[in-house]
Write a protein that binds this ligand. Sequence first.
Ligand SMILES: [Zn+2]
Ligand SMILES: [Zn+2]
Length: 491
Amino acid sequence: MIITTNITMSFSFWSTNYVTTVLDSDTGNCGLKPKVLSETGAPAPEELKTSPEDQKIDAAKSLINLFLQDKVDKTTKDDEKTAPEKLPVTEDLKTALTEAKSPADDQKIRKEDAVRVQKVIDDLTVMETETDAKPEETEHPNKAFGWAAKDKSGVLSPFHFSRRDNGDNDVTVKILYCGVCHTDLHTIKNDWGFSYYPVVPGHEIVGIATKVGKNVTKFREGDRVGVGVITGSCQSCESCNQDLENYCPQMSFTYNSIGSDGTKTYGGYSESIVVDQRFVLQFPEGLPSDSGAPLLCAGITVYSPMKYYGMTEPGKHLGVAGLGGLGHVAVKIGKAFGLKVTVISSSPSKEDEAINRLGADSFLVSSDPQKMKAAIGTMDYIIDTVSAVHALFPLLGLLKVNGKLVTLGLPEKPLELPIFPLVLGRKMVGGSDIGGMKETQEMLEFCAKHNITADIELIKMDEINTAMERLAKSDVRYRFVIDVANSLSPP
Ligand SMILES: [Zn+2]
Ligand SMILES: [Zn+2]
């Protein structure tokens, strides 16, 4: 590997990349954060004091950035076939982190941050080792085929790789359909700075269980199953023990991550996947495989906060800000809970669709000051799916006393939080990120019972690059889903 240390990355990258990553406006992403960087870098360097211990921690973080940048750069080099070398900073990193994690420094770096930082190192060390030793095609015993982005151009093309043998706790899934999430787009283009190519995206997977391990009790061969955003976690931390695997510091993503077997994960734009049973979902009877697939990300992303924050009381008034992949599902789920639902959008042209196609009760044009004024103090809850930077003040104004606003987007800069309406109206602002496995199963059953699916455009695998271009322009109503089983065939 050629090590090109990019100094300009270091601190400025660490402190700002999390908030300057590009996120779509009004179209919904699954809330998947750039975990590797953001979660490990909780305190921005400028917020830390500059004692020698702090400097050590800063140095550790800086080194990790350089390390990551090297990984990213490597994938775009012509000479990537050059025999990879161990990055010499790895040991320094470990030393710096060990020191940073010593008990005396607990106040400087939170324990969970230390765990996450360690996970980055472990992941990267594994990736390094894997790159050294095993090409993707022969890494595991079972041949696999899919479509991958090979570099940050994001262009997807056929890709031969391999899947692990089905273990005792595993379910092998033949993939039928896979939804196309905004996170897929961000990852293939390396918008978040931690894509490790080749990337096989896809985390809205519906398929058939074709093999189950001997410890698998929840599934049988032939079952229709789903796989969502996460495929691994530590299974023993406080979050995992509360069925909140989605907040586990060691959670593995379905793609572009390191799985429980210590190897890189590849997602659903492929013929099959092998997943630990804990992260496999029964796909309820009556829920269509194609239009049900996006529920595995978009569905749970809006369902979980509605349940957690108690936004489900029939007759209450829910505002849904932004009408995209997340917003359109939020409208349907809100109606199923018996809420009065108003779509809040800056595009008056969406009114007809919101009301007549999606079933919203009313439509509020956020750019119309008269209408916004008339709606002040009328809503009990707001689900805010807008990912662009936007003002919270007008939304908080729409809430009644005790109103709740939950944000699901990840704007590129911090939003201003107006305190007056919060204090004077006992209002609250919260956040949420996908959901745990138990709740995801519950959500699927809820959607099956209430006939909730995503509105989709079904595409063939070889139409994915055009679909990605359209997705980048938010030109989709409301989710692309790939007909994997009928259109994916090795060249
Ligand atoms: Zn997603
Ligand atoms: Zn855990």
